[in-house]
Write a protein that binds this ligand. Structure first.
Ligand code: PHE
Length: 370
């Protein structure tokens, strides 16, 4: 098969017969046309144009022909191979174009398609805000205490030096439960949690009590019949007003930033003596009382430089006694502020109701707030 053989009759070299070449060419063209993807075309190329293909074999036989026969046979095989290669190239470019077009379609991303992914929710600012407050106190070594929202009248009032006939009872517009001789109320403040803590634990006590409270208030931009309070209670030996002031100043600075502090104004609460209203440096004008233009009064504090934050005082010895703490040995301070109000300050909210109405768009905006 290899090497020229001059004795050889060209007619006897079967692979070079015109009909053999023709049928090999046809077989190649059929396989090429039948290839529907690049992989199949690769196989067709291997079978019909590769080293072991009929035409490659025929090509190798040319040398075996007598010189006078080589030209014609060479042309025939060359034409056939040229035809097959052309068909291969043509099919290759058709299939490549098809592949490209298919990839473009398959890999298309339709950004307008509806998604089945659930939107990521956000924790409510009241939850994160209450936790932030708790964290500030826990960092100072305090504990967090909680109690029921449906509370005994005695713990909500009497234990806190608010006897049945005490005029200050009317300061807290109370929701009573039926029948009234059950003496059960929706707690009007979180102070009963402090009473519960003193009754169940030994001094020293340092607790903060965040939670929901209820009063028969109108529902408007600054009032709600349900709102949130955080109260704090410290009972130890030698506790004074100075500890109270230092604690609240720390709380204010942690909550609103350095430079924000508190001031006390004399006030009255039955459970504390002396008592004070706590004001906070206005966080908008930072105490100047003026707008940015330096001339008009600040809208948030109405030019005062301070805003009301809550109440506080030294725990009345009568409360200590009612809750089983010896006032001869221990003294304490207590304070209470609205969490909702605090968050309104902190986030610049204009309407208290946005905190309660459950609009997901409101909550989501706080998704990354810590
Ligand atoms: N319990 C008071 C209120 O709800 C707030 C307060 C707490 C005042 C502790 C003084 C001391 O109004």
């Amino acid at each position: 098969m290899s090497g020229p053989n001059n004795e050889y009759d060209p007619v006897e070299v079967a692979p070079l017969q015109p009909e053999e070449i023709e049928s090999a060419t046809q077989a190649a063209l059929t396989a090429i046309a039948a290839a529907t993807d690049l992989e199949q075309l690769k196989q067709a190329r291997l079978d019909h144009a590769g080293d072991r293909s009929a035409l490659a074999l025929a090509n190798r036989e040319i040398g075996a022909l007598p010189p006078q026969a080589r030209k014609e046979a060479g042309q025939r095989v060359g034409r056939a191979r040229g035809e097959v290669n052309k068909a291969l190239a043509a099919r290759q470019s058709v299939l490549e174009a098809e592949h490209e077009a298919r990839m473009l379609i398959e890999e298309t991303v339709d950004l307008t398609l509806p998604t089945d992914r659930l939107p990521v929710g956000a924790r409510h600012p009241l939850t994160t805000g209450s936790e932030l407050i708790a964290d500030i106190f826990v960092a100072m070594g305090w504990e967090v205490a909680e109690g029921p929202v449906i509370e005994a009248e005695w713990l909500n009032f009497d234990a806190l030096n608010l006897g049945p006939d005490h005029p200050a009872r009317t300061m807290q517009d109370t929701f009573w439960t039926d029948p009234s001789d059950n003496h059960v109320v929706l707690r009007t403040h979180t102070s009963p949690v402090q009473a519960r803590t003193m009754l169940t634990r030994e001094a020293p006590i340092y607790v903060v009590c965040p939670g929901r409270v209820f009063r028969t208030d109108e529902y408007d931009a600054t009032h709600s019949p349900m709102f949130h309070q955080v109260e704090g209670l410290a009972i130890d030996e030698g506790i004074s007003m100075a500890h109270l002031k230092g604690t609240l100043d720390t709380f204010a600075a942690q909550m609103f930033g350095a430079g924000i502090t508190t001031r006390f104004r004399p006030s009255y609460f039955p459970f504390t003596e002396p008592s004070a209203e706590v004001d906070l440096t206005c966080f908008v004008c930072r105490g100047t009382g003026l707008k940015d233009n330096g001339a008009d009064p600040c809208r948030t504090c109405k030019g005062e430089g301070w805003i009301e934050w809550g109440g506080c005082g030294i725990v009345n010895p009568r409360v200590l006694r009612a809750c089983g703490v010896d006032p001869e040995r221990y003294s304490g301070f207590a304070f209470g502020m609205g969490i909702d109000r605090t968050l309104m300050f902190r986030h610049g909210l204009e309407d208290l109701r946005t905190l309660f109405e459950g609009d997901i768009r409101f909550t989501t905006a706080f998704g990354s707030d810590l």
